[in-house]
Design a protein around this ligand. Structure first.
Ligand code: XMP
Length: 509
């Protein structure tokens, strides 16, 4: 069992960030809600208590059995976590005179403290709190302070219990990673040996034990998560993994052929299903975006089910679920943890009596990419832009016809190929061509034409939740526009979307 840090979540917006930073230090950690966590075992080397929108001054604010933690491993309280420890020991936590939010600098640092080792006076920290620790209990020692917040960090004498009023996990805390490193390495004694390579070895070993000679079925999408998950399972059980890759006719140009080919090159046991006509015929005349999504989702499940039934004796369903899907679905307030159900392929697991195997359920997206690289999966998969499940259906505004699909595929291919050629692809989070449901006038020779308009969409983002339009060079846009108008029959106008999210969205439907 790998060494780990347990992070207890009191509902702070930054809890995931604590986990990401600890993992950047190559230390494995898990987030659990404060009211629903596994009893710490020997593998738990340290416990971090997160921040919270609550105040320890509220009677029913979140509490945890601190005494049992202290007996088990070193504890670090961050913001609310620090206030909670101080409060429980009889310290004074009060509402701040002013809300302390944003950058501050440490005016005092006790360099001898193991937690603050290497942190210099003046170091910038990120504050975000409405309460302040005004008085520390007996036996507590201040180890850092700012001009406005005398108790910015403390330690309980003779015990490995620490509190930080600021957020070391936020990038604006310039020595934050150093402080977290001091905690996990020097105070908790973690080795820092949780690397993509070790993850692959341990996971494959674990999967071998878990799956034995059982058969696993899995849907592949060409995206990074399902590809990496399939490779891990494949490395464990080889041909007993049966992958299904469906062409819904709404993929990018040549995507189905290329991806299927690459999967076969990996040695994956993959069944390709050409279901284009079935999708087109069900989508005929449908313009409402939500209806399109429902039809595509429903038909996909139908086809996956038909194919799965052909694989006799399958016991498991493999899925590319990743950590944010797991923790986002665990409610801090609710009494029990429930996992998002939409990641399951319809009701298939119940219907076919399949158990679920999810080798990536402890990883963040960037970690999936690192693991993918450790598995030597090509950059073509690892660095691929996100692509929506309903595919080009939500990039063709209005009803869908095979002709429109071909136009948008050709325009998209020109756009994406040029992004790659001009080394702009990796600077963009996501890009594509949109088919607009209008026709515009143009001239070709002496004739006036009414033809289609293609809109180019490219955004920068870190998580898809917010996004800015990509400021692509004019020369680049001019070249793409020329090539589309010259080569794609039926298009006489190209426009570029300059809206950010919010208030716009990335997709047009
Ligand atoms: P929006 O358009 O909401 O997109 O800004 C955010 C991200 O989600 C993707 N997206 C979808 N993905 N099914 C999916 O699997 C969908 O119905 C869907 N709609 C949007 C979008 O491509 C972007 O990455």
């Amino acid at each position: 069992m790998h060494q780990k840090i347990l992070i207890l979540d009191f509902g702070s917006q930054y809890t995931q960030l604590i986990a990401r930073r600890v993992r950047e230090l190559n230390v494995y950690c898990e987030i659990h809600p404060f009211n629903h966590f596994p009893e710490p075992d020997k593998s738990v080397k340290g416990i971090i208590l997160s921040g919270s929108p609550h105040s320890v001054r509220e009677k029913d604010s979140p509490r945890v059995p601190l005494e049992s933690f202290y007996a088990h491993a070193p504890v670090l309280g961050v913001c609310y976590g620090a206030q909670l420890i101080a409060h429980e020991y009889g310290g004074k936590v009060e509402k701040s005179k002013v809300r302390e939010y944003g950058r501050a600098n440490l005016a005092k640092v006790e360099g001898k403290s193991e937690l603050m080792k290497g942190v210099k006076k003046g170091s910038q920290v990120w504050m975000s709190h409405a309460d302040t620790i005004m008085e520390l209990p007996e036996g507590f020692r201040i180890i850092a302070g700012t001009a406005d917040v005398p108790v910015a960090a403390y330690k309980i004498k003779q015990q490995e219990i620490y509190g930080l009023q600021f957020h070391p996990e936020v990038y604006h805390s310039t020595d934050g990673l150093k402080i977290l490193g001091n905690f996990v390495y020097d105070i908790c004694g973690c080795k820092g040996d949780w690397t993509p390579g070790s993850f692959v070895d341990e996971t494959v070993e674990g999967l071998k034990k878990q799956l034995g000679k059982d058969k696993v079925i899995m849907a592949l999408s060409g995206g990074v998560d399902s590809t990496v998950a399939a490779r891990l399972i494949h490395n464990a059980i080889g041909k007993n993994l049966y992958c299904i890759f469906v062409d819904n006719g709404l993929l990018r140009k040549n995507e189905y052929e290329n991806v299927l080919h690459s999967y076969k090159d990996f040695g994956l046991n993959v069944i390709g299903v050409d279901a284009r006509e079935r999708f087109y015929s069900k989508l005929k005349g449908v313009s409402d975006p939500e209806k399109k999504r429902k039809i595509i989702g429903g038909l996909f499940i139908e086809i996956f089910e038909e194919e799965s039934k052909k694989i006799k004796g399958a016991k498991w369903l493999g899925q590319g679920t990743i950590y944010p899907d797991v923790i986002e679905s665990v409610s801090v307030k609710g009494p029990s943890a429930t996992i998002k159900s939409h990641h399951n392929v319809g009701g298939l697991p119940e219907k076919m009596d399949l158990k679920i195997v999810e080798p990536l359920r402890t990883l963040f997206k960037d970690e999936v990419r690192r693991v993918g690289r450790a598995l030597k999966i090509s950059s073509e998969f690892i660095d691929r832009h996100p692509f929506p499940g309903p595919g080009l259906a939500i990039r063709i505004l209005g009803d869908i016809t095979p002709e429109k699909v071909q136009i948008v595929q050709d325009a998209d291919d020109i756009f994406i190929s040029r992004l790659k050629k001009d080394k702009l692809y990796k600077k963009v989070w996501q890009a594509g061509a949109i088919f607009l449901p209008v026709q515009s006038v143009g001239v070709m020779g002496d004739e006036r034409t009414y033809e289609n308009v293609i809109c180019l969409r490219a955004v920068t983002s870190t998580d898809g939740m917010t996004a800015d339009w990509s400021h692509l060079p004019y020369e680049f846009l001019a070249a793409v526009s020329n090539e589309i108008i010259n080569k794609v029959k039926g298009v006489n106008r190209v426009v570029f979307d300059i809206s950010s999210k919010p208030p716009a969205t990335i997709e047009w439907e």
